[in-house]
Design a protein around this ligand. Structure first.
Ligand code: SF4
Length: 396
């Protein structure tokens, strides 16, 4: 093994997060109401949000983008992701103003994603989403990608999650598709308190009936301090959790979806390129309150409070942020953790500082990783327990 490391050292690729920036994330920190399981940086603004606050946010993103663009080696953007929070509550006009900031920098094949909640998807939103890419300029061949937060098709399970939105995700999905939005992703959750195997089957059938281009299907995590964690007396049966996970993977794989990441599935050609950039440890900029950026050996997180972020950006200043310098070992550890999610191979020389070679050997014997041509890769079998596999691979 040591010989392999020595011979491969000369073709060591650039370290994680190095190089020019081609990916931007904008965090929209508003939701109509706070869901009971959510610990994301988002504030409840009700059903009639203050227009001045939302306009101020768009202005703040414009100022922050100008500043960050000048401060970093930003090239043509391959992906842009408007996430949150609930970007769709900004409405078509403000979303259009946001996209306008980035249009001159997008490549003609750039992937542009907007997250939406079903209650915001009316005819006006659907018409805007279908037309938005045409306004991207000559040569643009790509439609807008909309990621719709369904979570479950059963109203009782959405209620168990403390989602106050009553809108039917299937109706919102149909509206977008009829308007001409082809690149649609659905977000689902399994492991919802009270969810039985039959409920999971019903959600699987509903998803496959709609046949979105992309599906993200997460296991519910009970973040400490959330109302749902407080009222869920016991943690979930681990065997049941594993069985639900395997059932989702099997059903979607059989239906032609590529299980290309721990929680993500795509029809051919429809993998989420923005998220792949994260998993491949590419540098990215995050704009907005609470947004995270990682460029080179530095990661920073904007202040989560919208008021503090707005005060700074509207004064032309950099928002308060927490900065972390990523040492070589941290970057190597992250590289392995991220690659493990997709089963991507990592050249062994990138991992010399952190890899337990003995553990790698026994995990390979168990079929959880594969060692091949000087690389290590977490197998499909290992992907079910990718986090635990990585912990065993880390030295010391
Ligand atoms: S809509 Fe999403 S971001 Fe907003 S509170 Fe619910 S889970 Fe959190």
């Amino acid at each position: 093994m040591t010989d392999v490391l020595a011979t491969l050292r000369h073709r060591l690729p650039a370290p994680a997060f190095a190089g020019p920036v081609h990916h931007v994330y904008v965090h929209v920190p508003f939701c109509r109401a706070k869901c009971d399981y959510c610990d994301f940086a988002s504030a409840a603004v009700g059903d009639a949000p203050d227009g001045a606050l939302l306009d101020g946010f768009v202005g703040g993103v414009a100022a922050e983008w100008e500043r960050e663009r000048a401060a970093h080696d930003v090239r043509r953007l391959h992906t842009l992701y408007l996430g949150g929070g609930t970007p769709s509550l900004l409405g078509p006009d403000r979303l259009e103003r946001l996209l306008e900031l980035f249009r001159p920098f997008l490549t003609s094949a750039a992937e542009v994603t907007v997250e939406a909640n079903p209650e915001d998807v009316d005819e006006a939103f659907a018409a805007w989403a279908a037309a938005a890419p045409r306004a991207r300029g000559r040569g643009s061949a790509c439609g807008l990608r909309v990621s719709l937060g369904a979570q479950s098709f059963a109203p009782a399970l959405r209620e168990a999650l403390g989602r106050r939105a009553r809108a039917d995700p299937a109706a919102a999905f149909g509206r977008l598709r009829r308007a001409g939005v082809a690149n649609l992703s659905l977000d689902l959750i399994q492991g919802i308190p009270g969810q039985a195997a039959a409920d999971l089957e019903a959600d699987i059938a509903a998803v496959l009936g709609l046949r979105p281009a992309h599906i993200s299907w997460y296991e519910l995590s009970l973040a400490a301090g959330t109302p749902l964690a407080a009222r869920s007396a016991r943690s979930r049966d681990e065997d049941e959790g594993a069985a639900f996970y395997r059932r989702v993977v099997r059903a979607l794989s059989r239906a032609g979806y590529d299980w290309y990441e721990v929680s993500n599935f795509a029809l051919p050609g429809r993998k989420a390129r923005h998220n792949l950039a994260y998993w491949r440890a590419r540098p990215y900029l995050g704009l907005g309150p609470g947004a995270v950026s990682t460029v080179g050996a530095r990661r920073w997180t904007n202040v989560a409070g919208t008021a503090a972020w707005l005060r700074a950006t509207s004064a032309g200043a950099r928002p308060p942020r927490e900065v972390e310098d990523l040492g070589a070992a941290t970057r190597a550890r992250e590289r392995l953790l991220l690659a493990a999610r997709c089963g991507d191979p990592v050249p062994l020389p990138e991992l010399t500082a952190i890899l337990d070679l003995e553990a790698a050997g026994s995990l390979a014997a168990a079929g959880l990783v594969s060692l091949h041509s000087g690389t290590i890769r977490v197998t499909r079998k290992g992907r079910y327990v990718a986090g635990a596999v990585c912990v065993r691979l880390f030295r010391g």
